[in-house]
Write a protein that binds this ligand. Structure first.
Ligand SMILES: Cc1cc2nc3c(=O)[nH]c(=O)nc-3n(C[C@H](O)[C@H](O)[C@H](O)COP(=O)(O)O)c2cc1C
Length: 389
């Protein structure tokens, strides 16, 4: 039975942790709860002890079993550390390695996957320190379940509501049930957009956020892989355990991908590579005039097709403006891919820029399967399970 330590912080949303503990138990997990001091202003240990049948930890020096050093004991036994709701205060402490209460001390001693589901006032969430801490924790491998937008307390509205239990539980289960199919494998991922210079200050690009590539990197690491990412310019945060090679243009991405190809077992092309680039980017700035100008575009290298040519298992992404799979299927043959993930980017709720995705995986042998509509991390885990075998 997978063991979860559920950390609860001082937030109005602390009451939701009771249901969360129940939902996780219903899903077959053993749950142990650690409350911060402030959490006790909102909920009581007896609530969680009664629900879970396990003692609840609060103070760093609590010792339900004498001599076992509970912070180390719980950290060693847990398969997952889930902090929900995670307060701004605890997030900022975690990012700075501070262990001044039981929860942050367990987090320091814990070596497995950590999930954070923040809940707070939108200004606290957007505070530069909170955002920097979250980025830092994600870079170190934490899984962030972003708060949702809506009405929060005190008549305000914005991003700060604790995510739904279904999303938190679904992600926890996916992390707990992840396979280690990629243990010992080296995975190469291209991610994000490319920028094709028009002159020294302008470029052609696209709406790719790099979030799917980042989720694939995180998922591959969780499944035991060694990960290299060739990343086009974006705000995406990549895990620190991945080796990230930053590039700007399709030609740079092409060169980097070919250089890394020999040292990979599986290549995934999640980048939205520009098909064309201006043939003659201008030095300096093209000046405004009343005359029409035209751009001469030349084709960029087909990176994914070249990766596939090597014989390495290669999986592409097809961002298509509809649910029609015809173009994606044709690409499998034309480019020699093992499989392709069709992404309907006409649906604003998934794909480009969104935190969620849904893909249809089509393999060269004709097998098709559609993923659930879920966070990009869950979709990445779903995809890797299917292409790693
Ligand atoms: C009524 C009330 C509600 C609060 N709700 C939140 C919240 O939702 N999220 C948050 O980060 N802080 C919230 N705070 C502030 C935290 O409780 C405070 O920063 C505390 O130090 C957090 O401690 P902890 O991180 O150890 O739980 C709230 C404070 C009060 C008085």
């Amino acid at each position: 039975m997978p063991k979860i330590v559920l950390g609860v912080c001082g937030s109005i949303a602390a009451y939701r942790a009771a249901d969360l503990a129940r939902d996780l138990m219903r899903a077959g997990c053993e749950v142990r709860v650690c409350l911060t001091d402030s959490a006790q202003k909102f909920v009581t240990p007896i609530l969680f002890e009664t629900l879970t049948g396990n003692p609840c930890l609060i103070d760093t020096f609590d010792e339900p079993e004498r001599g076992r050093m509970a912070h180390l004991d719980w950290a060693r036994q847990a398969d997952l550390l889930l902090i929900a709701p995670a307060s701004a205060n605890t997030i900022n402490k975690l990012a700075n390695g501070i262990g001044e209460d039981m929860l942050t001390t367990i987090a320091l001693a814990f070596e497995g996957p950590m999930m954070l589901a923040p809940a707070m006032n939108p200004a606290m969430y957007q505070h530069p320190e909170t955002q920097a801490s979250l980025n830092n924790l994600v870079e170190h491998g934490a899984t962030l379940i972003e708060p949702t937008e809506g009405d929060v307390v005190a008549g305000e509205s914005g991003q700060g509501k604790l995510a739904g239990n279904a999303e938190i539980v679904g992600t926890a289960l996916a992390l707990l049930n992840r396979s280690n199919l990629l243990a010992g494998k080296r995975v190469l991922i291209t991610s994000g957009p490319t920028q094709e210079p028009i002159d020294s200050v302008r470029f052609l690009s696209n709406r790719s956020s790099g979030k799917m590539g980042s989720a694939l990197a995180q998922a591959a690491l969780l499944m035991g892989a060694e990960v290299k990412v060739i990343a086009g310019p974006s705000m995406a945060i990549y895990p620190r355990n991945a080796h990230v090679i930053e590039v700007r243009t399709a030609e740079e991405m092409h060169k980097a991908a070919l250089a890394e190809l020999s040292s990979c077992d599986l290549a995934i092309g999640a980048a939205a590579v520009a098909d064309y680039r201006p043939s003659n980017p201008q030095e300096g700035k093209i000046r405004r005039s009343d005359d029409a100008i035209s751009l001469d575009l030349v084709p960029n290298p087909d990176i994914i097709a070249e990766l596939a040519k090597s014989g390495k298992r290669t999986v592409g992404f097809a961002a298509e403006p509809s649910t029609d799979l015809t173009v994606a299927i044709a690409k499998i043959q034309r480019k020699g891919l093992y499989a392709i993930a069709h992404n309907d980017v006409s649906n604003r709720g998934i794909g480009f820029e969104s935190d969620k995705n849904q893909i249809t995986l089509i393999r060269a042998d004709g097998v098709q399967e559609t993923s659930p509509l879920a966070s990009k991390l869950l979709v990445a885990l779903w995809l890797l399970e299917r292409i790693a075998e």
